[in-house]
Design a protein around this ligand. Sequence first.
Ligand SMILES: Cc1ncc(COP(=O)(O)O)c(C=O)c1O
Length: 378
Amino acid sequence: MNSPLQIAQTNIPQGFIDLGAGEPQLDLLPLEMLRNAAAHRLNFGDREFLQYGIEQGDGAFRTALANFLSPRYGFPVSPENLFVTSGISSALDLLCTLFTKPGDTVFVEEPTYFLALRIFADHGLRVASIPTDEAGLSIDALTHALRESTPKFIYVIPSFQNPSGHTLPPERGKQLIELAQKHNFLIIADEVYQFLGYTQTPPTSFGAEIDSGQVIAVNSFSKILAPGLRLGWLHSNPTVIQKIVTSGMLDSAGGLNPFTSAIVRSLIENGDLDKNISHLVNILGKRVQVMDASLREHLPQVKYTKPHGGYFFWVQSPNMDAQELQKKAQACQVGLRPGIRFSSRNGLNDFFRLSISFYGEEQIKEGIVRLKDCFQDR
Ligand SMILES: Cc1ncc(COP(=O)(O)O)c(C=O)c1O
């Protein structure tokens, strides 16, 4: 018999608890809200959003988005400074196309989001990693690295970082911008977890600093609505936006995702996006407590900082080979992501990443019990 054609990106076997998985659980995806928003938009009888769209993204959607962002960010966001993307991954790809050439150097945090490293590799970029500490990017290490080379951009995840959970303090953010101005490189701030703060208010968005000329803040609906929408936004100054909207790709394609953005516009305007974020913060916040309590009870030997937001626990165990541990965990029907995957220099092998996004409280507890068993026969 033929096996069924795969639909989702990850295919987790029945009974396996993959605590490494960083995608949202199906139950967290707001089907009902999207059904209502789609019905609302489709019932207007207006066909505009089925046409090729304006390159920067539908103005009405950007206005709704700006109205949603301004009170949350705590500063006014202008629709003119927003560009509609099909998510952060494709925004990064587009930015690499337009702002770099093969052989250029870019800086990333160590550790960083491993799939961004794949995108930078596709563009032939040389990646230099900048160490982080408990508060995120080390400004001392960055200052030191800038003596060796100047990057085209630095890619940072300032709020509830993937994988470390760290949040960059405002003082360091300010220093980063000063360095970017002094050495003339761009800051690409990936703020995908910005709205998922459970026990800490997220730091001010880097979008507050677009007038510096160095900042491009990218964000997405993947973690606050659904990844399948493939919709996000980029927030920057007119020079950057102009360079993007006049690119060949957009000239040919028109704006990205006019159809999806029209539906999400309804969902923002009727208040459902706010409701969904509150719902996620409530559920995921509780899962953080459960994961923390389970780790304390069953794996007291490991070290981690309890995250204040986002999806991830970044766990360290001295003298551990996390890749070996992953193999053993596999046999105990539990998954994790070894730290080496988040390193651009093949390090961090005594770390692994666990996620709270894909499983409910009971499965998180069960997963940690399974992990205890495989730690025991290490
Ligand atoms: C830090 C970070 N950036 C970007 C993404 C992907 O974003 P998108 O779905 O908008 O491409 C993820 C998804 O896990 C992520 O953790």
